[in-house]
Structure formats: C-alpha cells, structure tokens
Design a protein around this ligand. Sequence first.
Ligand code: ADP
Length: 158
Amino acid sequence: MKISVYPGTFDPITNGHIDIIERASELFDKVIVTVAVNSAKTPMFTLEERKEMISESLHSHKNIEVDSFNGLVVDFAREKNATAIIRGLRAISDFEYEFQMALMNRKLAPDVKTVFLMPNEKYTYLNSTIIRELARMKCDVSEFVAPCVQKKLRAKFG
Ligand code: ADP
C-alpha cells in the first residue's frame, strides 16, 4: 500500500488544494491531508474548523484521510508509513521555498520523497490568503472553494 501525506495550513482549503489532492489520489493508494498545527502563520480558522472543511470538501473521495500534526512533517510521514510528501507548485515564486523544504526534509529523512504536482492552470493564482480577502470584501468565491467553505466564510464575514 503506497501512502502519501499532503501537509499545509489549509486556511481554508481551496479548489487548488483539491486539484492537487485529486492528482495525488490517482498516484497513491491513500493520501493523508494533514493540517500543520505549529505553523508560523496565525490561521483565521481553528484546527477543528479547517479539518472539518477539508473532510466536507472531500466527502465523495474514497482514499483520502484528514489528520493534523505537530512537529516535523517527516516524523508524521514515518509514523503513518508514508513514503511521500505531496506539495503543490503554482509558479516559480513557490519554487525557492519548496526546494529548500524538500532538500531539508530529504536530509532529515532520505526514505521520504517529496512529490511536486502542478494544478490546473486556472488555479495557479489561487491561495487561501486571497480567498480570505475576497470573502472579507463580500465577493463571490463560489468558483474557488467548496460550498461548505463558502458557508463558513459567509458565517465569519456576514
Ligand atoms: P503552507 O502553509 O504549507 O504553504 P498551504 O495550505 O498554503 O500551506 O499549502 C499547502 C500546499 O498546497 C503547498 O505545497 C502549496 O504550494 C500548495 N497550494 C496552495 N494553493 C495551491 C493552488 N492554488 N494550487 C496548487 N497548489 C497549491
């Protein structure tokens, strides 16, 4: 059984994340989407809210699990018997940071491989920060997030 982990902040999950998860789920028997607890970012949604939105957005997908981790993603991957870490690459601007992380993770755990996937080009300009900003301005974000996320954003911003 080939298992991969897809770590991130997911504040909130967007269709760009879902695109990557769907691609990963075709390559692996199981994909564990895992929310980083100790990220340097201060999230808008609580850990529970973010996990709930991920589960709801992916309810029709079979080989996906939702979890969270505190500490190193490579430790989490080993604990789950995962052989790969999935990351999304949108543009060159993602590259430097992702490259650095992938090499550090390889140094820490040579047995865990980082796999980069590119989303459909319509999602290359999408990120969670932009979604939060649009929702704050009461813009329609239905093209970019699942209905359950839209509902949560509306509840937050009215
Ligand atoms: P992080 O805080 O680790 O950057 P994010 O939740 O923002 O967490 O992103 C998790 C992963 O998903 C990262 O590899 C990021 O590059 C990727 N990602 C985020 N948005 C998109 C998108 N629109 N298309 C493809 N990949 C994306």
